[in-house]
Design a binder for this molecule. Sequence first.
Ligand SMILES: Nc1ncnc2c1ncn2[C@@H]1O[C@H](COP(=O)(O)OP(=O)(O)OP(=O)(O)O)[C@@H](O)[C@H]1O
Length: 325
Amino acid sequence: MITARGLERRFRRKGRSGGEVHAVRGVDLDVAAGELVGFLGPNGAGKTTTLRMLTTLLKPTAGTATVGGRDLLTDPVGVRERIGYVAQGGGTAPESTVAEELELQGRLYRMSKADAVARGAELAEQLDLTGLGQRPAKTLSGGQRRRLDIALGLIHSPGLVFLDEPSTGLDPQSRANLWEHIRRLRAEQGITVFLTTHYLDEADALADRLIVIDGGRIVAEGTPDALKARVDGDRVEVGVDPERGADAAEIAGRLTGAHELSESGGLVRFRVPRGDVALPELLRALDTKDIPTRSVQVRRPTLDDVFLTLTGRSLREAEEGSRAA
Ligand SMILES: Nc1ncnc2c1ncn2[C@@H]1O[C@H](COP(=O)(O)OP(=O)(O)OP(=O)(O)O)[C@@H](O)[C@H]1O
């Protein structure tokens, strides 16, 4: 469905200082029909720029791609006919009703009025918007608005849809509901979904496969589980009396496979291949040395650990860094 090789995009900085931003630095992508792929990265990583190139809205500075079987550079119209694109924010004519927005969108794709109305009604049903047809779109809730945006993106029945940060700004319940709808689009209609997100939980919950981008380059890809398996083991934290912290750390360091060991203020932290196996052994050893434990935590690797392993920063730090920049 998508094959991209060496996609690049540079922007000239506005203003007197000039210079260039190399937003996307040679991206290769392969997405098969029917996949639900998450494109994950911190703010400013290059997700939107890549998406805008793949959807013909922005010309690549270098590289080639086929999207929906059509060449991005020589047949952008062919690409546009075969894809849906749901941008961040969305919402075009706030005064019109839901039914009018759907009909107008169909007409933009040169559908007859009858076909546009029928397709609009079909999508309204699939996306839980039935009964809202006569409501001015500006009165919709955040979740309803996002579902309408997706319906608008699907009016011409594309086989591939791009969703840019679909759940940004939604409350947890509306996000979960939206995820369910996105899963159903794929399951029931076989639509290929390519979505960008900087939410780890969204990527984890939704995507079959993740492509991680940072600083304009792909830094990893794989299933959420495969990516997590690249992180070297579970993280264990044991709290003891600060005065016995050093002793506890020494005992922890003797566990098979323990690494990344640190101790501060009685909090001993380390990684180990199987936290559930190592912990009882550690607790027994601490007990033998009369070191009572105050707290215990074992954590399986998360996608944030993956990001940390790959880039040396946590995704949250990366976000904060890009906001400060
Ligand atoms: N039109 C533009 N002119 C100049 N620089 C741009 C332009 N568009 C994007 N950039 C820069 O390119 C880099 C990548 O931006 P992009 O919007 O693709 O990131 P992103 O991963 O989508 O982030 P977000 O999650 O915030 O949407 C950023 O440094 C951004 O400031």
